[in-house]
Unconditional design. Structure first.
Length: 250
Protein backbone atom coordinates (compact mmCIF):
# COMPACT_ATOMS: atom_id res chain seq x y z
CA UNK A 1 0.00 0.00 0.00
CA UNK A 2 2.87 2.36 0.75
CA UNK A 3 4.04 1.90 -2.86
CA UNK A 4 0.69 3.03 -4.28
CA UNK A 5 0.50 6.02 -1.92
CA UNK A 6 3.84 7.16 -3.28
CA UNK A 7 3.11 6.34 -6.92
CA UNK A 8 -0.09 8.41 -7.18
CA UNK A 9 1.58 11.80 -6.44
CA UNK A 10 4.44 10.91 -8.81
CA UNK A 11 1.99 10.13 -11.63
CA UNK A 12 0.14 13.39 -10.95
CA UNK A 13 3.37 15.36 -11.15
CA UNK A 14 4.28 13.69 -14.44
CA UNK A 15 0.82 14.46 -15.86
CA UNK A 16 1.13 18.12 -14.86
CA UNK A 17 4.60 18.35 -16.41
CA UNK A 18 3.34 16.74 -19.63
CA UNK A 19 0.42 19.15 -19.79
CA UNK A 20 2.72 22.10 -19.22
CA UNK A 21 5.02 20.82 -21.96
CA UNK A 22 2.13 20.58 -24.42
CA UNK A 23 0.91 24.02 -23.44
CA UNK A 24 4.39 25.47 -23.86
CA UNK A 25 4.73 23.85 -27.30
CA UNK A 26 1.35 25.22 -28.43
CA UNK A 27 2.31 28.65 -27.12
CA UNK A 28 5.64 28.55 -28.98
CA UNK A 29 3.91 27.39 -32.17
CA UNK A 30 1.45 30.27 -31.93
CA UNK A 31 4.26 32.73 -31.31
CA UNK A 32 6.17 31.40 -34.34
CA UNK A 33 3.52 32.66 -36.76
CA UNK A 34 3.86 34.11 -39.30
CA UNK A 35 6.72 31.96 -40.56
CA UNK A 36 8.32 30.96 -43.86
CA UNK A 37 6.24 28.36 -45.69
CA UNK A 38 7.23 24.71 -45.62
CA UNK A 39 7.83 22.92 -48.93
CA UNK A 40 4.34 21.37 -48.74
CA UNK A 41 2.73 24.75 -48.01
CA UNK A 42 4.67 26.35 -50.87
CA UNK A 43 3.18 23.73 -53.22
CA UNK A 44 -0.35 24.70 -52.10
CA UNK A 45 0.36 28.44 -52.34
CA UNK A 46 1.95 28.09 -55.77
CA UNK A 47 -1.39 27.01 -57.30
CA UNK A 48 -3.53 29.89 -56.00
CA UNK A 49 -3.53 32.10 -59.10
CA UNK A 50 -3.42 29.31 -61.68
CA UNK A 51 -6.44 27.66 -60.02
CA UNK A 52 -8.42 30.80 -60.82
CA UNK A 53 -7.37 30.57 -64.45
CA UNK A 54 -8.30 26.91 -64.52
CA UNK A 55 -11.74 27.56 -62.98
CA UNK A 56 -12.22 30.40 -65.52
CA UNK A 57 -14.87 32.35 -63.59
CA UNK A 58 -16.45 33.05 -60.22
CA UNK A 59 -18.84 35.30 -58.36
CA UNK A 60 -17.55 37.54 -55.57
CA UNK A 61 -18.46 40.00 -52.84
CA UNK A 62 -16.11 42.76 -51.70
CA UNK A 63 -16.57 44.58 -48.40
CA UNK A 64 -14.57 47.53 -47.10
CA UNK A 65 -15.08 49.89 -44.18
CA UNK A 66 -18.49 51.21 -43.14
CA UNK A 67 -21.25 52.06 -45.61
CA UNK A 68 -21.91 55.78 -45.69
CA UNK A 69 -18.45 56.54 -44.32
CA UNK A 70 -15.98 55.83 -47.17
CA UNK A 71 -16.90 52.14 -47.10
CA UNK A 72 -18.61 50.06 -49.77
CA UNK A 73 -19.99 46.67 -50.68
CA UNK A 74 -19.41 45.38 -54.21
CA UNK A 75 -20.98 42.28 -55.67
CA UNK A 76 -20.05 40.92 -59.04
CA UNK A 77 -18.64 38.33 -61.38
CA UNK A 78 -15.24 37.78 -62.91
CA UNK A 79 -14.32 35.80 -66.02
CA UNK A 80 -10.57 35.33 -65.97
CA UNK A 81 -10.64 33.52 -69.32
CA UNK A 82 -12.02 36.54 -71.21
CA UNK A 83 -10.76 39.37 -68.96
CA UNK A 84 -14.26 40.59 -68.12
CA UNK A 85 -15.42 41.88 -64.72
CA UNK A 86 -18.96 42.85 -63.76
CA UNK A 87 -19.47 44.83 -60.55
CA UNK A 88 -22.31 46.55 -58.66
CA UNK A 89 -21.27 48.91 -55.86
CA UNK A 90 -23.33 50.04 -52.86
CA UNK A 91 -21.97 53.08 -51.03
CA UNK A 92 -24.71 53.91 -48.52
CA UNK A 93 -26.85 50.83 -47.92
CA UNK A 94 -26.84 47.20 -48.96
CA UNK A 95 -29.10 46.47 -51.89
CA UNK A 96 -28.96 50.00 -53.28
CA UNK A 97 -26.56 50.07 -56.22
CA UNK A 98 -25.02 53.49 -56.76
CA UNK A 99 -22.79 52.49 -59.66
CA UNK A 100 -22.11 49.42 -61.76
CA UNK A 101 -19.72 48.49 -64.54
CA UNK A 102 -18.92 45.72 -66.98
CA UNK A 103 -15.24 45.98 -67.79
CA UNK A 104 -13.82 44.34 -70.92
CA UNK A 105 -10.50 44.54 -72.73
CA UNK A 106 -11.96 47.14 -75.09
CA UNK A 107 -14.19 49.37 -72.93
CA UNK A 108 -15.97 49.95 -69.64
CA UNK A 109 -19.77 49.93 -69.72
CA UNK A 110 -21.08 51.97 -66.84
CA UNK A 111 -24.39 53.03 -65.31
CA UNK A 112 -25.28 54.78 -62.07
CA UNK A 113 -28.28 55.56 -59.92
CA UNK A 114 -30.51 58.16 -61.59
CA UNK A 115 -28.71 57.98 -64.94
CA UNK A 116 -31.82 57.10 -66.96
CA UNK A 117 -33.72 60.12 -65.64
CA UNK A 118 -30.80 62.45 -66.32
CA UNK A 119 -30.42 61.09 -69.87
CA UNK A 120 -34.12 61.63 -70.49
CA UNK A 121 -33.91 65.22 -69.23
CA UNK A 122 -30.99 65.75 -71.61
CA UNK A 123 -33.15 64.57 -74.51
CA UNK A 124 -31.18 61.38 -75.11
CA UNK A 125 -32.72 58.16 -76.35
CA UNK A 126 -32.99 55.43 -73.70
CA UNK A 127 -29.81 53.40 -73.35
CA UNK A 128 -28.74 51.32 -70.39
CA UNK A 129 -25.05 52.16 -70.39
CA UNK A 130 -22.35 54.76 -70.87
CA UNK A 131 -19.21 53.52 -72.65
CA UNK A 132 -15.85 54.91 -71.59
CA UNK A 133 -12.18 53.95 -71.50
CA UNK A 134 -10.71 51.91 -68.68
CA UNK A 135 -8.75 54.22 -66.34
CA UNK A 136 -7.66 52.98 -62.88
CA UNK A 137 -5.85 56.29 -62.28
CA UNK A 138 -9.24 58.02 -62.23
CA UNK A 139 -11.92 55.52 -61.22
CA UNK A 140 -11.94 53.45 -58.02
CA UNK A 141 -14.21 50.83 -59.56
CA UNK A 142 -11.60 50.32 -62.30
CA UNK A 143 -8.93 49.77 -59.63
CA UNK A 144 -11.05 46.96 -58.17
CA UNK A 145 -11.60 45.40 -61.60
CA UNK A 146 -7.87 45.57 -62.30
CA UNK A 147 -7.07 43.97 -58.94
CA UNK A 148 -9.58 41.19 -59.65
CA UNK A 149 -7.96 40.38 -62.99
CA UNK A 150 -4.52 40.15 -61.38
CA UNK A 151 -5.72 37.29 -59.18
CA UNK A 152 -5.10 34.83 -62.01
CA UNK A 153 -2.03 33.46 -63.75
CA UNK A 154 -1.61 30.98 -66.63
CA UNK A 155 0.65 28.58 -64.73
CA UNK A 156 1.54 27.73 -61.11
CA UNK A 157 4.37 29.67 -59.52
CA UNK A 158 7.64 27.97 -58.71
CA UNK A 159 7.21 26.74 -55.10
CA UNK A 160 10.96 26.69 -54.51
CA UNK A 161 11.23 30.37 -55.51
CA UNK A 162 8.17 31.23 -53.41
CA UNK A 163 9.90 29.80 -50.38
CA UNK A 164 13.24 31.41 -51.20
CA UNK A 165 11.54 34.79 -51.68
CA UNK A 166 10.08 34.63 -48.17
CA UNK A 167 6.45 33.60 -48.70
CA UNK A 168 4.80 33.30 -45.30
CA UNK A 169 2.28 31.02 -43.61
CA UNK A 170 0.03 32.89 -41.19
CA UNK A 171 -1.97 30.00 -39.73
CA UNK A 172 -5.43 28.71 -40.51
CA UNK A 173 -9.11 29.35 -39.81
CA UNK A 174 -12.36 27.52 -40.41
CA UNK A 175 -15.02 29.07 -42.64
CA UNK A 176 -18.28 27.21 -43.23
CA UNK A 177 -16.62 24.03 -41.98
CA UNK A 178 -13.67 24.32 -44.40
CA UNK A 179 -10.15 24.83 -43.08
CA UNK A 180 -8.50 27.73 -44.90
CA UNK A 181 -4.75 28.25 -44.90
CA UNK A 182 -3.50 31.85 -44.81
CA UNK A 183 -0.53 32.92 -46.95
CA UNK A 184 1.34 36.09 -47.87
CA UNK A 185 4.08 36.87 -50.36
CA UNK A 186 3.59 40.61 -49.90
CA UNK A 187 2.51 42.41 -46.71
CA UNK A 188 -0.47 43.99 -48.50
CA UNK A 189 -2.32 40.80 -49.53
CA UNK A 190 -3.41 37.75 -47.53
CA UNK A 191 -4.74 34.72 -49.43
CA UNK A 192 -7.12 32.24 -47.79
CA UNK A 193 -6.78 28.88 -49.58
CA UNK A 194 -8.18 25.41 -49.10
CA UNK A 195 -5.84 22.40 -49.01
CA UNK A 196 -5.87 22.25 -52.82
CA UNK A 197 -4.84 25.87 -53.21
CA UNK A 198 -8.29 27.11 -54.28
CA UNK A 199 -8.80 30.76 -53.37
CA UNK A 200 -11.73 31.23 -51.00
CA UNK A 201 -11.00 34.73 -49.76
CA UNK A 202 -8.51 37.59 -50.09
CA UNK A 203 -7.77 40.46 -47.71
CA UNK A 204 -5.82 43.34 -49.23
CA UNK A 205 -4.75 46.93 -48.82
CA UNK A 206 -5.39 48.46 -52.24
CA UNK A 207 -3.91 51.82 -53.20
CA UNK A 208 -6.52 54.58 -53.24
CA UNK A 209 -8.85 53.01 -50.68
CA UNK A 210 -8.76 54.19 -47.04
CA UNK A 211 -9.74 50.76 -45.65
CA UNK A 212 -8.62 47.24 -46.44
CA UNK A 213 -10.87 45.17 -48.68
CA UNK A 214 -12.10 41.61 -48.24
CA UNK A 215 -13.06 39.53 -51.29
CA UNK A 216 -15.05 36.31 -50.87
CA UNK A 217 -15.47 34.03 -53.90
CA UNK A 218 -18.34 31.68 -54.73
CA UNK A 219 -20.01 29.86 -57.66
CA UNK A 220 -16.77 28.93 -59.38
CA UNK A 221 -16.95 27.60 -62.96
CA UNK A 222 -20.66 28.50 -63.33
CA UNK A 223 -20.64 32.30 -63.60
CA UNK A 224 -21.65 34.02 -66.84
CA UNK A 225 -21.43 37.71 -67.79
CA UNK A 226 -23.56 39.33 -70.48
CA UNK A 227 -21.45 42.00 -72.21
CA UNK A 228 -23.41 44.90 -73.78
CA UNK A 229 -22.92 46.06 -77.35
CA UNK A 230 -21.31 49.45 -77.92
CA UNK A 231 -24.49 50.50 -79.72
CA UNK A 232 -26.41 50.03 -76.47
CA UNK A 233 -24.32 52.67 -74.69
CA UNK A 234 -24.03 56.46 -74.72
CA UNK A 235 -20.60 57.95 -75.34
CA UNK A 236 -19.08 60.34 -72.81
CA UNK A 237 -19.71 63.16 -75.29
CA UNK A 238 -23.43 62.29 -75.23
CA UNK A 239 -23.67 62.68 -71.44
CA UNK A 240 -21.22 65.54 -70.88
CA UNK A 241 -24.04 67.77 -69.58
CA UNK A 242 -24.53 65.66 -66.44
CA UNK A 243 -21.92 62.89 -66.21
CA UNK A 244 -19.01 64.79 -64.57
CA UNK A 245 -21.26 66.23 -61.84
CA UNK A 246 -23.71 63.42 -61.17
CA UNK A 247 -21.60 60.29 -61.44
CA UNK A 248 -20.79 58.92 -57.94
CA UNK A 249 -17.19 59.58 -56.98
CA UNK A 250 -16.01 56.00 -56.97
Amino acid sequence: MKFFKLAIPVVLVLMVLAACGTSDKQSKDAQSLPRIVTSEEAQIFSRALSNNTQDKNASFEITSGILGSNGFVARGKVDWSTSVVEMQVSLFERGQVEIQTITTAEAVFESFLGMDSLASQAGLEPKGWIARQFDPTKYGIDVLSQFMMKLAAPAPENPILLKQDGAKFLGSEKTNGVELLKFQNTPNITYFLDKNGVMNKVNANVKGFPNSIEIVFSNRKNTEIDVPNVGDAHSLDDVISFYPEKRPAF
